[in-house]
Design a protein around this ligand. Structure first.
Ligand code: DUC
Ligand code: ZN
Ligand code: ZN
Length: 471
């Protein structure tokens, strides 16, 4: 047979085009795009469906150490299963360096967790918490050559954050090695000051998570990160942007000539600080950093997606079970917001939310949807054109969308390790009914048809932002 499989009569959508055609798949790759293809026993009828590149979620935390007695709700099996349910075919997960450990050791630990356990393809960003001369001067260059071409640094969390001199050293190492740096921008000293004030005033409930991490703390750190990157003359990614003022910092840096990419996430479109201000325990479900803001900030983030302030729409999936002593309601977390683990689940709901709220409501078109959820991630993180598009020679990573399928989000359909979704009860129009990884259907009509091990580890090229290669 000429092909292993043909996807027939679908409407193919890429970041630039929308057209009806058949796709021929051979050995996990797209081998032909044409009208009326024949030459396969396995035919998938995609009449009335959109055939899109599978989602690439480039901001996912899985099985990450999260403090004494706290355990993340997803391992690589459940996290990638849930990602596939939501139409994703690749994720970039974070591999966190624990202080004192080498980056190589950290990667060995994460590979042991992930390899053979994933339903979809996985790559790693590193999180650098201990930027010693040997980490920056020796390990990092070798790891970039090995395909670990991006890493994140934190400006917040006492045990994770880097100080400005360390950030400068790290950005400089990135510039020298061709790595791309992602920055979590919140001012730790300001947050600690505010936590002290809240505790002195006897304010311990979840809503204080939002008031101790105000917009000014995010704006200031965003400005500082952009300034430090400008001083070193290296590109950066500002992740999980929540509001207009941080967006303005990104736009101003671009006007000055900086190469900067902005990312936002569903929580900044769909949630507000009021969600934390429910019953003091229920509010814990919505604790994430930066915190969700207000209606005005939601509108600003939508505007940023439409205008191109943001090139990336990621989930920042960071799941902790709610009703669990190892999760949100751990003993200390029940008593103070300060001990509620930061992060919410979202890898399965990212795409349906943007499709329903963005495409169906006329805020963005289908091609922008694909760019924001797949193509831009592949280009920025060195996976294009193997991933992130529908073209001859690319991996046959596809999500087939029924634009008319109405779904009410409930936690059970997401098949994740978490015991809740922040979006339970949300009605969405449009759902990925078929997820295909390198030619194999791993989810069909909400049922997992693949198995763990279908997903492979993905080494990556350097970012197009670093190499300035046209793509
Ligand atoms: N930063 C993230 O990127 N994810 C979850 C928590 C955090 O602080
Ligand atoms: Zn972060
Ligand atoms: Zn994150």
């Amino acid at each position: 047979m000429q092909f292993d499989r043909i996807i027939k009569n679908g409407t193919i959508v890429t970041a630039s085009d929308t057209y009806i055609a058949d796709l021929g798949i051979k050995d996990g790759k797209i081998a032909a795009i044409a009208d009326a293809l024949t030459g396969a026993d396995d035919i998938v009828d995609a009449t009335g469906l959109y055939v899109m590149p599978g989602g690439i979620d480039s901001h996912v935390h899985i099985d990450q150490p999260s403090g004494d007695g706290i355990v993340m709700a997803d391992d690589f099996e459940s996290g990638t299963r849930s990602a596939a349910i939501g139409g994703n075919t690749s994720i970039l997960a974070f591999c966190m360096q624990e202080k004192g450990d080498s980056l190589r050791h950290s990667l060995d630990v994460y590979h042991a967790k992930a390899d053979g356990n994933c339903h979809i393809d996985v790559a790693f960003h590193l999180i650098v918490t201990d930027p010693t001369p040997s980490v920056l001067g020796q390990e990092l260059p070798a790891l970039v050559e090995d395909g670990y071409t991006s890493f994140k640094v934190f400006m917040t969390y006492e045990n994770l954050r880097l100080r400005d001199d360390e950030i400068l050293d790290t950005l400089d190492a990135a510039r020298n090695t061709g790595a791309l740096v992602l920055v979590h921008c919140e001012n730790e000293d300001a947050i600690r000051f505010l936590i002290g004030q809240h505790e002195a005033a006897g304010e311990f409930s979840a809503k204080s998570h939002a008031t101790t991490r105000p917009i000014a703390a995010e704006r200031e750190a965003t400005h500082r990160a952009l300034s430090l990157a400008e001083i070193v003359d290296t590109p950066i990614v500002i992740v999980h942007v929540s509001n207009q003022q941080a967006m303005e910092e990104i736009e101003r840096a671009r006007v000055r000539g900086s190469k900067v990419v902005g990312e936002t996430c569903p929580q900044y479109l769909m949630l507000t600080a009021d969600d934390l201000d429910q019953d003091e325990l229920e509010g814990a479900k919505f604790v994430c950093s930066p915190p969700p803001r207000d209606k005005e900030s939601q509108d600003a983030c939508w505007d940023g997606l439409e205008r191109g302030v943001f090139d990336l729409f990621s989930s920042d999936h960071c799941p902790f079970r709610f009703n669990d002593p190892e999760g949100k309601l751990n003993e200390k977390g029940k008593k103070s917001f300060r001990w509620i683990p930061n992060g919410i689940p979202g890898v399965a709901t990212r795409l349906p939310i943007l499709f329903s709220e963005g495409v169906q409501k006329g805020r963005i078109d289908l091609n922008r949807f694909v760019a924001l959820t797949a193509t831009n991630h592949a280009k920025l993180y060195g996976m294009y054109p193997q991933k992130g598009t529908i073209a001859i020679g690319s991996d046959a990573d596809l999500a087939l969308w029924d634009p008319n399928k109405n779904v009410t989000i409930t936690n059970d359909i997401l098949q994740q390790g978490c015991d809740y979704s922040p979006y339970e009860g949300l009605e969405v129009k449009g759902w990925p009914v078929h997820t295909i990884v390198r030619g194999k259907t791993v989810v069909k009509d909400g049922k997992v048809t693949g198995q763990k091990g279908d997903g492979k580890y993905l080494p990556r090229q350097k970012s197009n932002l670093v190499t300035s290669k046209p793509v």
